[in-house]
Design a protein around this ligand. Sequence first.
Ligand SMILES: C[S@@+](CC[C@H](N)C(=O)[O-])C[C@H]1O[C@@H](n2cnc3c(N)ncnc32)[C@H](O)[C@@H]1O
Length: 341
Amino acid sequence: MPSASSHIHAAIAAANGAIPFSEFMSLALYGEDGFYSSTGRAGRRGDFITSPEVGPLFGTVLARYIDHVWNSLGSHHNFTIVEVGAGPGTLARSILAAAPQCLVNGTYVAVEISASQRASHPDGITSTDAMPESIEYGVIIANELLDNLPFELWVYDDGWREAYITSSGEGFNEVLMNKPVPSFLPSRAPLGSRASMQTAAGKWLADASRTLKNGNIVAIDYCTALTAEVASMPWREWLRTYASHERGVHYLRNVGDQDITTQVLIDQLSSVREPDAIRTQSQFLQLWGIDELVEEGKRSWEAAASAPSLAAMKMRSRIAESEALLDPTGLGNFTVLEWVQ
Ligand SMILES: C[S@@+](CC[C@H](N)C(=O)[O-])C[C@H]1O[C@@H](n2cnc3c(N)ncnc32)[C@H](O)[C@@H]1O
């Protein structure tokens, strides 16, 4: 039966025996029968919980932020919110429900590479697999996209070498190739150290910067400041796999049945374009009024406590949602990178 593994074995054979790790990751996640092409997704019934999947509060705060950007640009009619890596459309639903002013005459574009996830996108938005060519006024948002873009894998083996993947019977093996060493890598590292070179993430930022003429690009993710930091960490701390809400197995195993992600490296993105702001998710959400929204939720709940309605219960759930979104050991410690056009 065809599987992500069989497609990858075919790609390796077509490449005369070895493909770069980045191609392996691309096929394992987004190729035919790959993780995201089949069942993999964010959500309680999916494989991992992201901030939009905690509840609607995250989208409500983002809607406030987006309206601020829209106002500061002169409240144009042709404003576009582009969400890239939109998954099943949960953030889109929350932002639409928050009814930001910018969408009265504006457009919401959800860009998602996986057709099975696009099928879950809500009505009232443009659902597509590719970025618009050009946006005059808008925001581009990517929540937990960059960690999922295929990266090159480097291994320190008495010198830095790039990991390529070969077939080994039914499974896969790694071979190390001598290539020009990227300058982000420290000159020396403990034997067996690993680090990712995030060429696709850098290209995404460069493309987004060209596409958006006026507005903000916002990437929210688990980040590490320097490539040298991940090079000195045990690699399983930064190169992680996930399936069914659990950490997965080695990335060369269970291919197509688990997610593969990396810490996003800020020094590499900054070499493409220096961010205009770097904040923790906690700082960003507090800046854009999460505490006020929680207080409003508490007041609505107390006013309706004797005869609670569904709306009142949603307002009460803001309290628990904010705790998860601001958790300094979890989502609150994610990084929000902003680039202003
Ligand atoms: C970790 S999930 C995050 C989903 C959603 N943003 C959230 O926060 O719940 C990453 C998503 O990015 C999508 N993706 C990966 N590469 C993409 C690309 N080049 N263009 C659009 N979507 C992409 C994946 O299919 C997946 O749905």
